[in-house]
Design a protein around this ligand. Structure first.
Ligand SMILES: [Zn+2]
Length: 246
């Protein structure tokens, strides 16, 4: 899916906008099939493309992000509105076709069986990836305390093995000090790693939110499982059908 928005009247634009600060062909909105993420991309417009108040060249869109074409006084819209517009256009074209062919009755409602089926992989791989990252985080947390615990146990045991008063006196203080030092080193090293994994987790969640959406209305499915949605058979937001005969 790919559409363009701009001022040009000709068939060049999917969506025509009459606003002086909007360029002839201002931007495009397209679906990256592989990630199932919808992007907006500026097509070298004069006055720029903004999403949620920030100028962008290319941006992964959520359905209700505020899009502004041309800056101050420009054209405001959202992906939700653009999709509605395109749907209305397509419906109009279809009804023209139907009239031309003199068909009777209402045209069959479009289903999203194939598109919805693809979301299973997106859901499953997200579950898999987050579990994997959380596992790594857990082991990082273990390494935070394991080395210092080992040192504490060993150094505390030495006075029992070597039976000399000097060793006893030295080891009590030495054990505490050494354990503390190892603990501090472990914290420093693991803090960096846990930061890395937490960032990866966050990024994965963001991508999931952008891609695990209704194929029709692009509404976020949140953490609803794919199986549950499949069982339901249609989008909770727009009622688009995910199953034949549902
Ligand atoms: Zn929907």
């Amino acid at each position: 899916m790919m559409l363009t928005i701009g001022r040009t009247v000709s068939g060049a634009n999917t969506m025509r906008v009459s606003n002086n600060v909007v360029s002839g062909t201002h931007c495009k909105i397209f679906l990256d099939e592989k990630s199932n993420i919808m992007y907006i991309e500026d097509l070298g417009s004069t006055n720029g493309t903004y999403v949620n108040g920030v100028q962008v060249m290319r941006y992964a869109l959520k359905v209700d992000d505020n899009i502004l074409l041309g800056g101050d006084g420009g054209y405001k819209t959202t992906l939700r509105e653009v999709l509605k517009y395109v749907e209305a256009q397509q419906a109009a074209t279809h009804s023209l076709d139907d009239n031309a062919q003199n068909k009777q009755g209402v045209a069959a409602e479009r289903t999203y069986v194939e598109e919805f089926a693809k979301l299973k992989d997106i859901y499953d791989s997200y579950q898999h990836d987050t579990l994997e990252i959380k596992d790594k985080l857990n082991s990082v947390m273990m390494w935070r305390i394991i080395p210092s615990s080992i040192v504490a146990v060993i150094t505390a045991a030495i006075p029992f093995v070597i039976d000399a008063p000097e060793v006893k006196r030295f080891m009590t203080l030495g054990s505490a000090l050494l354990t503390l030092i190892i603990l501090l080193i472990c914290f420093k090293v693991t803090a960096k790693m846990s930061h890395k994994y937490n960032a990866a987790l966050l990024k994965r969640q963001e991508d999931f939110q952008l891609s695990y959406v209704c194929p029709k209305c692009r509404s976020d499915f949140g953490n609803r499982s794919w199986v549950a949605l499949h069982h339901k058979g249609f989008c909770p937001a727009c009622k688009a059908k995910f199953k034949v005969g549902s």
